[in-house]
Write a protein that binds this ligand. Structure first.
Ligand code: HEM
Length: 431
């Protein structure tokens, strides 16, 4: 048995590396058109296999970590975070996961809703009576502020002004092809930003150990965490990396989802009207009320389908794997690409159209979405994100009349989170 067929366009020596770095979506769409839902790409680190669609997704996320591993799947995380969480051996990863999981229970997330509401309200209060803003430029600091207040505490969040810009430089280090030691400008910038962030997070943890607040919060729980099995304190460098991961994933990908959700709604007045009717009289922002916002929920899933925030979910084969008539040698990089998977016409008819009601007609279709990954590593923050988006959008639509200035923003290309490219401005008038 052999690898799946290879997509066209491989160059001598570098294979598909350059196109994969610069325009992975185009490469993968071409692969789909040439070979269907499974094909190979040639990358410097060895063969890569791209999988598309729910059936292949079930295979990928159903495989054990011991065969399709997350540990070596994202090499850039090594230089961005050093050795932590996904990069650890399975036993250590599970010990760290045990610390995180309790922070994402329904009860904990429900406790964050008032904070999200307060921050969204402050954001709107601070706007002049009318004007315009760029969605990414405006939502970036707002979402960073919510992530910082949720994971560092409200008092600390006020002391870390400017974190969003530092994180922006840090995120520039996402590069699955170039080794972390190569001194290219984006990697050097990312390392400098990482050092600033690590220093700051170390100070915060040390400070919390010395001065615990009267009421415990997430940062306090983390600063005093012990491993469940040995009862030994978790070392500071691990705590700092966990904090950095949460702050990073806690705002970066959400910027894309929130910005695209607003763009999708503003470009579809009939859908906007349905959502407006639903949120118009919403005063309390408790979990039950947010769950009743069915149109908004469907619209957010439709945005997740059309504009997934990440570039793909990746695993590395730790042993040779035979699948559907093909052979993946040990070391193969296996990637599920959400962008193309979410637009397969046989799964989602009229794939390029924004049709939130498709999820009312067939709620199970949500299971074919991979915006938040799948299986054991499925995003721990998914419920947090959906509630956060609902709270913010409810308040925005209640208090602002909005109109898109740039009517057709395009997604970022390359390896960056799929934010809409600026300018993506809205004009608003306060009601
Ligand atoms: C729109 C926003 C978000 C998107 C699109 C997103 C997407 C993802 C994806 C695709 C994965 C799976 C990675 C893989 O399997 O290789 C993941 C994992 C994860 N996400 Fe998110 N995420 C978002 C927001 C958040 C937030 C707000 C948090 C928490 C603050 C969070 C915490 C995590 C954690 C801890 C994992 C790792 C789970 C594990 O492997 O144990 N995410 N996310």
């Amino acid at each position: 048995m052999t690898l799946p067929p290879t997509v066209s366009g491989a160059k001598p020596l570098v294979g598909h590396a350059v196109e994969f770095l610069r325009n992975p979506d185009r490469l993968i769409r071409r692969g789909f058109e040439e070979h269907g839902t499974m094909f190979s790409v040639r990358l410097p680190g060895g063969p890569g296999v791209v999988l598309l669609g729910p059936e292949r997704g079930r295979f990928m996320f159903g495989e054990a970590d011991s065969r399709l591993s997350i540990k070596d799947a994202y090499p850039f995380l090594k230089h961005m975070f050093t050795k932590v969480y996904w990069l650890e051996e399975r036993k250590e990863y599970l010990r760290q996961r045990e610390i995180l999981v309790p922070q994402f229970t329904g009860k904990h997330i429900a406790g964050q809703l008032d904070l999200m509401d307060r921050k969204a309200t402050e954001f709107i209060d601070a706007l002049p009576a009318e004007g315009e803003f760029d969605l990414v430029e405006a939502f970036g600091p707002l979402l960073m502020d919510i992530a910082a207040a949720s994971f560092l505490g409200v008092d600390v969040a006020t002391r870390i002004d400017g974190f969003f810009d530092v994180f922006r430089r840090f995120s520039g280090g996402v590069d699955p092809v170039t080794p972390g030691w190569v001194p290219l400008p984006h990697i050097v910038r990312s390392h400098r930003a990482r050092d600033v962030l690590r220093r700051k997070c170390t100070e915060l943890i040390e400070d919390r150990k010395l001065n615990p607040p009267a009421e415990s919060d997430f940062l306090q729980t983390l600063a005093t965490a012990v491993y469940a099995d040995t009862k030994e304190p978790v070392p500071d460098d691990v705590l700092v990396s966990l904090l950095l991961i949460l702050l990073w994933v806690g705002h970066d990908t959400t910027i894309a989802h929130l910005s695209w959700a607003m763009i999708d709604l503003l470009r579809h007045p009939l859908e906007l009207k349905k959502v407006m009717a639903e949120v118009e009289h919403t005063t309390a922002v408790d979990v039950k009320t947010m769950r009743r916002l069915v149109h908004l929920d469907n619209a957010l899933h439709e945005t997740e389908r059309l504009h997934p925030s990440t570039n793909g979910v990746v695993r590395r084969a730790t042993e040779p794997i035979d699948y559907d008539g093909y052979h993946f040698p040990k070391g193969t990089m296996v990637m599920l690409h959400q962008g193309v998977s979410h637009r397969l016409p046989e799964v989602f008819p009229e794939p390029d159209e924004f049709i939130p009601d498709r999820f009312s007609d067939e709620p199970k279709k949500k299971q074919a979405l991979y915006g938040f990954g799948g299986g054991f590593h499925r995003c721990l923050g998914e419920n947090f994100v959906y509630l956060e988006l609902k709270v913010i959008i409810t308040r925005l639509l209640q208090r602002l009349d909005l109109e898109l200035i740039d009517s057709d923003p395009q997604p970022m290309t390359g390896q960056q989170t799929r934010w809409p490219q600026s300018p993506c401005r809205v004009r608003y008038v306060k009601r």
